[in-house]
Ligand binder design. Structure first.
Ligand SMILES: NC(=O)c1ccc[n+]([C@@H]2O[C@H](COP(=O)([O-])OP(=O)(O)OC[C@H]3O[C@@H](n4cnc5c(N)ncnc54)[C@H](OP(=O)(O)O)[C@@H]3O)[C@@H](O)[C@H]2O)c1
Length: 332
């Protein structure tokens, strides 16, 4: 039994942590809930008990064995070292340490053993990256993926509670004939979309797009894989979707790909397009697997394959993946 802390317990991902730690019977002796000073004094329910939320400070981690961080990059940069110094193992959901060569970047379906190489901190990958690599990895093992082109359709909850609320508020305002307030996103999200997730970098890509490129190579240990991404925010509340095109060294037919996906851990194939049998964000809300559909030959390339990937990014892209990492450590 562990003393566990969640830094960022009041956020959308923090809320999923509370639900999943309970649902998965994670062994917890004491649970500490941490957030900003704004939330100090609130109470959140866990296993029938009201637990007070405390302000995250450098001293929050005394006696904590395992700390899940989900309070943003700046908080991770500032407070993760304090948690590690206090003796906790940290599983961090932010981008703060993902590309640090000393920090394992773990997706349990792909590189579970790397979790044991940690020096106090384990990074949870970017949400769009996780669902893509869960689908890419079995194909890579079977036929060596040489090139990936991906376009994402990312939900508003990917930007936290404020992102979800902005879509709901703008939709209500539009229905009432009121003007729309734009504050969480760079543009109106209701009845709109934009190819702009996270900040723009000097190379013309966004930071989200480069996370998908660099983190994929690290998780799959495939530095030579050619990857390009376009990340798009869409007016969906929860679950990210991705259109993926790949080029493999050995030809993979759609039938072979379906078989590979069916046998791979963490994947559910939903691929009967004529009956509406393709994954959609509304349908995968609050699920745990990565859903794959629209599997077809990319006839623009002799060794090309196209498919569609949808997953609940608050679960598999964040809280669930982190808890699965903790479960690997628990199992030893
Ligand atoms: N949303 C996703 O799909 C997703 C997926 C993968 C990873 N992540 C990562 O998970 C983290 C949280 O994301 P989220 O979507 O849950 O965001 P969120 O809903 O905005 O929640 C943010 C959390 O951080 C806390 N926080 C903010 N400022 C703080 C401060 N100065 N000191 C202490 N706590 C502070 C908030 O506490 P208050 O409630 O007190 O403000 C809240 O608990 C981010 O690092 C994000 O990159 C998110």
């Amino acid at each position: 039994m562990k003393n566990v802390a969640i830094a960022g317990a009041t956020g959308v991902v923090g809320t999923e942590f509370l639900k999943l730690l309970d649902a998965r019977d994670f062994p917890i002796k004491n649970l500490k809930l941490l957030a900003s000073a704004r939330s100090a004094g609130k109470a959140l329910e866990f296993r029938g008990e009201k637990i007070p939320v405390e302000e995250l400070t450098p001293k929050s981690f005394c006696g904590v064995d395992l700390a899940f961080f989900t309070a943003g990059r700046e908080r991770s940069r500032e407070f993760v070292p304090h948690a590690v110094d206090a003796g906790a193992v940290v599983i961090d959901n932010s981008s703060a340490f993902r590309m640090d060569p000393e920090v394992p970047l773990v997706v349990p379906e792909i590189n579970p053993q790397t979790a044991f190489d940690h020096k106090g901190t384990i990074a949870n990958p970017n949400c769009s990256t996780i669902q893509m690599v869960v689908a890419l990895n079995p194909l890579h093992k079977a036929a060596t993926v040489k090139r990936v082109i991906v376009s994402t359709y990312q939900s508003t909850s990917g930007a936290g509670a404020k992102g979800m609320n902005e879509l709901l508020n703008q939709t209500r305002a539009w229905a009432n004939g009121e003007s729309l307030d734009v504050s969480a996103f760079p543009a109106q999200i209701a009845f709109n979309l934009f190819p702009h997730v996270d900040i723009f970098l000097d190379n013309g890509y966004t930071k989200e797009e480069m996370k998908m490129v660099n983190e994929t190579k690290k998780i799959m240990n495939a530095p030579e894989m050619a990857i390009t991404a376009t990340c798009v925010r869409v007016p969906v509340l929860r679950a990210h979707s991705e259109a993926v095109w790949i080029e493999t060294e050995e030809k993979v037919t759609p039938e072979e790909a379906r078989d590979i996906f069916n046998k791979a851990p963490g994947i559910i194939v939903r691929d009967e397009p004529e009956n509406g049998g393709y994954p959609m964000p509304w349908d995968v809300d609050a699920t745990f697997e990565t859903y794959v559909g629209r599997i077809r030959e990319d006839f623009s390339h002799p060794k090309g394959l196209a498919f569609w990937v949808v997953a609940d990014q608050l679960n598999k892209g964040a809280a669930l993946n982190s808890i699965q990492i903790a479960e690997i450590l628990e199992a030893g």
